[in-house]
Each structure stands twice: as structure tokens, then as C-alpha cells.
Design a protein. Structure first.
Length: 116
């Protein structure tokens, strides 16, 4: 059975580029979602977090200016963080790879190999 693979990709990010190259080197031609232009919804983010088994703080880029500008901290609630990531997709750690109902964060890029 062939499972479709999707990557939330930022071509300016070296880890995202490395993960995409690794997928292709392993015979996978994923659907590429440029998530900065096509932001995930809150529901999509919640589903990704559930599949990853991580709280929202684990998928957010706390070093981004938007995180600080929004006045968010480590004590921010799940709903607040998910809403912030949906409204400001630059806050989403990348890349995120989906294969069927399984999800992996490409940090390091080799982490996505568990999906193949």
C-alpha cells in the first residue's frame, strides 16, 4: 500500500531542505505544502500535535520575533499557542512530515525516516 507523504516546507530553512532531499533520496516525492503561504488551521495543528504526541510548546519556535512580539512565554496555554501558530505560521517548527496518520518533525532530518 502506498501512503501519501506531505511536508510542511520552508525552502529558506536548511533543515527543511535537507529533509526534503532525504525523502527524495529514499524514493519519496512528497506533496510540498509551503506552510508560510498556506498556513495550517488550528485543527490541522492540533491533529499534528496529537500524532507527534507533543504539547504545542514542543512545535513552536520560541526564538522568533513574533513569539516575543505576541508576549507569549513557556507558560502560555495550548489553545493560545496553537492560535498563535495558525495566525503566525513562522512560529511553527519545521519541517513537519506526514505519512498517512503518522507525523514526524524533521529535526534532525533523519527523524522522518521512521515514517518510510
Amino acid at each position: 500500500m502506498v501512503v501519501s507523504v506531505t511536508i510542511w516546507h520552508n525552502p529558506r530553512c536548511s533543515k527543511s531542505r535537507e529533509t526534503l532531499a532525504l525523502l527524495r533520496a529514499n524514493g519519496v516525492d512528497p506533496e510540498i505544502r509551503l506552510y508560510l503561504e498556506d498556513a495550517p488551521t488550528e485543527a490541522e495543528l492540533r491533529a499534528a500535535l496529537a500524532a507527534l504526541g507533543t504539547p504545542a510548546i514542543g512545535l513552536v519556535r520560541r526564538g522568533e520575533a513574533a513569539w516575543k512580539a505576541l508576549g507569549l512565554g513557556r507558560d502560555a496555554g495550548e489553545a493560545e499557542i496553537v492560535a498563535a501558530m495558525a495566525a503566525h505560521p513562522i512560529l511553527i517548527e519545521r519541517p513537519v512530515v506526514f505519512a498517512g496518520n503518522r507525523v514526524a518533525l524533521g529535526r534532525p532530518p533523519e527523524a522522518v525516516l521512521t515514517l518510510l
